[in-house]
Design a binder for this molecule. Sequence first.
Ligand code: ZN
Length: 345
Amino acid sequence: MNLPTQATTLQASYFDGQVLKGTPVTVHSNSGQLVFFLGDTQHAIDLSSIKRSESFGNAPIVLELPGGATLEFERQTSLNTLKAWNVLSLSWFEKLQYHPTRWLLISLVSLAFAVGVYAQGLPVLSKWIAFATPQATVSALMEDVLPTLDGVIFQPSKLDEETKATHQQQLESLLQHSKDQAELAHVKLVFRSSKIGPNAFALPDGTIVLTDELLSALPAETIPGVLAHELGHVKLRHMTRRLLQNALVGTLIATFSGDVSILISSLGTQLIAQHYSREFEREADLFAIDLFVKQGRELATLELLHEKLGSLGKGESGETSYLDSHPGADERIELIRSRTLGASI
Ligand SMILES: [Zn+2]
């Protein structure tokens, strides 16, 4: 097929592949060939024999000619004419560069991929790192967590020493004869008054925090259930894994530029973080149920615990209560009953 003759000419630099210096040439297209003169000699190169080097941004467009010579065109002034000559079709990457809507689309697809990686891969990675790191190292790294919280959400406990000693004994009896006793030897129990109402935490260094508000809101016999649940969080290194996930996703988000990406990915993070939280809660519940079953304790006290927790409203300040980060009472009691049935079969 003969291409129509183009009247337009383009300025280019010709490199013979031997010497560094280029020679300015005037190029035009004629009958499926690129035509230019070097001195008095006319060169006519078939378009089909021309190879194009990848180039990005504003770098010159480089055409590789047979025999190792090249022609370089200034991108701004030459791109449209070279396209009209059918010398080049844009690569998919370049098409994206020149189409902002497609660029946005690819950003969103990448983002969805990143969120997918986060949802599928990061928990696995976080779990691996959390368990591959010796507890002593985690504890050393995390020793500032409690002092930091003390300055923000915790105040000294108003409990008397006798009550504290009772709960300490409850913790020790949960650990006694447990197969996890050695693994959980680093667990410490501390008491605080909390600005965010009834709550219990298992910090990465193995410190379990019980708040005065939680202890006064629950019947005394349900506290071992709280402690068993928190021991589950410690054994399964939930807080460490959560921190690692957040750190890893923070790194991921930082690799994105543009407000839209950051907005959407932070939304995704929040949604998924909520999901993890419930998954971890369920694992901690299962740990507590198993510990109770093994020690011949009354599962009814776990049911009572969840009923009471379910009836706790918002904290006095109106901020998040214990309830918000945990599955609903019905769901948790259902879990206990299904586990009881399972155990009796
Ligand atoms: Zn929990």
